[in-house]
Design a binder for this molecule. Structure first.
Ligand code: GLY
Ligand code: MN
Ligand code: MN
Length: 433
């Protein structure tokens, strides 16, 4: 994406703000152990507004009585350090890259902040971040309050993410193209791994097959820690230890998606370790698949996630009654929340720069946000049948199945962005061999 897009986003954010100063930052490097650091990944909002990927950087937007100003603080270029730490953009080069009013060294942030906060009474910042620049922000506000001759000092703090998350809800064509690219790589990884899986393979070895393709194909990394859950491990929803051996005859549930161009993909496939579904696995799998297809098909503008949630609960409960996993009347089972024992999670979530893109699900009045063109969400029904649950037919115990795709709402309905990834029993069995 080019600078014009980021500038347009900054302008949009300023237009949404009341008079005040907004501060958004991206973190400093974090120590992993001793003198080694975690790989750096920019803060999602900061990246959305700048496209800049260096650490320890601050964006400041100010608005007062019709005057607007955008300031960026970046790390200085230190040529003697470049041999060790690689190149940085630096203040001078940054001036040629960003359409902002001023660029300073991050070393000047504290001093400049006091200038920029003068006669401002409202500060926007990321309420949920622990970033150290926000401590400086409070200190600067306090100093202003105690400075003689200053008529107005910041006394109101507001969460900037409320505005950025609203902006991030509708994805542009450029953003959807990045999600498509992430999904192309994720699809390759699932297909590669379906072929590579075999009994006695360790779950982490199958994970390595995914990570190999992610990196080989130019993804930044996984978008979240890959879940490789063989057999009954699939019944632990956030199973990420991935340290058991896969067994002949078991299914493996894999929730794996890469991040490409800082956009996430999020795909779950459940497939037989040795390439062929058993009859009972096929029954369960086809039930979940049928539900997933019906839910995807119900996506349309003006539709809602709550509606899809209710539909998924009804259809999965019907399926579980038909297969003898639950007994009784579907409406009463749902009323008594009996289905939640085997389908305990939501039908999906927004997807974007973050895998769980933190965009709103309801508006200011608490009313649900209805689907509109450009929203991207996952659809991921699943059933989880623990090995030690004696209430379910023995043949189904120890099986967990989830099927997850990534969908964009279109003007007419929807497009399944991950439709190319093997999903029917036949497609999976073909992909496995
Ligand atoms: N991979 C995380 C999720 O499906 O929500
Ligand atoms: Mn998901
Ligand atoms: Mn997932």
């Amino acid at each position: 994406m080019n600078e014009a897009i980021y500038k347009q986003r900054r302008d949009q954010l300023i237009a949404m703000m009341d008079d005040g100063v907004a501060v958004l930052s991206t973190a400093r490097l974090q120590t992993r152990s001793n003198d080694t650091e975690y790989p750096f990944r920019p803060n999602s909002d900061f990246y959305y507004l700048t496209g800049f990927t260096e650490d320890n950087t601050v964006l400041l937007l100010s608005k007062k009585e019709g005057e607007e100003k955008t300031v960026l603080f970046v790390q200085e270029k230190v040529p003697e350090m470049e041999l060790w730490t690689g190149k940085r953009l630096g203040v001078d080069a940054a001036k040629a890259c960003f359409s902002v009013d001023e660029i300073f060294s991050i070393a000047e942030y504290e001093a400049q902040l006091k200038e920029l906060l003068k006669e401002q009474s409202l500060i926007y910042f990321d309420l949920f971040s622990d970033d150290v620049v926000y401590t400086d922000l409070k200190a600067a506000a306090k100093t202003m309050m105690h400075t003689r001759g200053v008529a107005r000092s910041p006394r109101t703090f507001s969460d900037i993410t409320k505005l950025t998350q609203q902006m991030r809800l509708i994805k542009s064509d450029e953003e959807i193209a990045l999600i498509r690219e992430a999904l192309a790589i994720t699809g390759k990884a699932h297909h590669h791994a379906m072929k590579a899986s075999h009994p006695e393979q360790m779950e982490y070895q199958l994970q390595a097959e995914y990570e190999y393709i992610f990196k080989k194909e130019g993804a930044y990394s996984d978008a979240y820690t890959t879940i490789i859950a063989g057999g009954n491990n699939a019944n632990t929803l956030h199973y990420i230890t991935n340290d058991h051996a896969l067994k002949e005859g078991d299914l493996v549930l894999v929730d794996a998606g890469c991040e490409y161009g800082f956009y996430a993909s999020d795909i779950t496939r459940t497939y037989p370790v040795s390439g062929t579904f058993s009859p009972e696995q096929k029954e369960l799998y086809n039930m979940v698949l049928d539900v997933q297809l019906k839910i995807i098909d119900a996506i349309k503008p003006q539709g809602s996630k709550k509606e899809l949630q209710r539909l998924s609960e009804r259809l999965l409960t019907e399926g579980m009654v038909e297969l003898g996993i639950l007994e009784g009347d579907v409406a009463s089972l749902i009323e008594e929340k009996k289905h939640k024992q085997y389908y305990p999670h939501g039908i999906g979530h927004w997807l974007g720069i973050d895998v769980h893109d933190p965009c709103p699900y309801s508006d200011e009045n608490g009313d649900e946000i209805l689907f509109a063109e450009g929203m991207v969400l996952t659809i991921e029904p699943g059933i989880y049948l623990p090995a030690d649950d004696e209430n379910i037919p023995e043949k189904y115990r120890g099986i967990g199945i989830r099927i997850e795709d990534d969908i964009v709402v279109t003007k007419e309905g929807y497009e399944n962005l991950s439709k190319g990834i093997a999903k029917t029993v036949d497609e999976i069995e073909t992909a496995c061999c």
